[in-house]
Design a protein around this ligand. Structure first.
Ligand code: APR
Length: 234
């Protein structure tokens, strides 16, 4: 169990593992997305410049998978925890699906972007809701400015979003919990080390992440099985 006192501020970081039980593939595990697709061909600015239609084919497939998925007990448990902790919970996800929100979470920080938003690759028009798929032979959608419309996703080599808010929450938290992330992608993999000495840190997942040494305690198992009964609030 993770004891949460009334004075505790909780930082939760989720990764692809929390959506695995909803049927959305992870990246590096068996059947993972990076087992069947090359990052440099679908998830980088160079890939976008080289073949935007191929990039849209990849994200259209991901939109279809995510739209068909349902939140699982892990997402629901975190939405319940948010209701009880309110602004003492900072829920940061590396995931681009909307399953935290569809489980009822109100304040989700998507540091790697959102699958169901698109934006222009040229002008500063804000990202906008977009659940359409763009697969060949459909053309790449264009903006009024003449730029091309791209997925609102943080690609490799790009800066993740809302890092200032994340750094502030890491400085203030007294409990840090990472759920379902392999701990190999920066800057998220280093968040736990940032809280050392100030927060109790926990990892939840079926396998040890690469940064396991930085955690105080590890709960081995699936998010959907463990999260519903993991938190004990004062
Ligand atoms: N419950 C909890 N964790 C699980 C479950 C489950 N049911 N199933 C798998 N996992 C764990 C795996 O053990 C693994 O450690 O989820 C983790 C998934 O790791 P990755 O596939 O590497 O996903 P993630 O860590 O979220 O990747 C980080 O890399 O490719 C980029 O931008 C992409 O946000 C992504 C980032």
């Amino acid at each position: 169990m993770i004891q949460i006192a009334s004075s505790d501020r909780v930082f939760i970081l989720t990764g692809a593992g929390i959506s695995a039980e909803s049927g959305i593939p992870t990246f590096r595990g068996p059947g993972g997305l990076w087992r069947n697709h090359r990052v440099e061909e679908v998830a980088s600015p160079i890939a976008w410049r080289r073949d935007p239609r191929f990039v849209w084919e990849f994200y259209s497939m991901r939109r279809r998978l995510a739209a068909a998925a349902k939140p699982n007990d892990g997402h629901i448990a975190l939405a319940e925890l948010e209701k009880r902790l309110q602004d003492r919970l900072f829920l940061c996800t590396q995931n681009v699906d909307s399953l935290h929100e569809r489980a009822g979470a109100q304040r989700v920080i998507h540091m790697h972007g959102e699958l169901f938003k698109s934006r222009c690759d040229s002008c500063d028009r804000p990202p906008f809701p977009d659940d359409r798929t763009y697969e060949p032979p459909a053309p790449v959608p264009c903006c009024e400015c003449g730029g091309q419309i791209r997925p609102h996703i943080c690609w490799f080599g790009e800066m993740p979003y809302r890092l200032d808010e994340i750094a502030n929450a890491l400085d203030r938290c007294s409990i840090f919990i990472a759920i379902g992330t392999s701990g190999v992608v920066e800057p998220a993999a280093n968040f736990v080390a940032h809280t050392r000495g100030r927060a109790r840190s926990y990892y939840v997942g079926p396998e040890e992440p690469a940064n396991i040494a930085a955690f105080n305690e590890c709960f081995s198992g699936k998010a959907g099985d463990l999260l519903p009964s993991l938190f004990q609030l004062e």
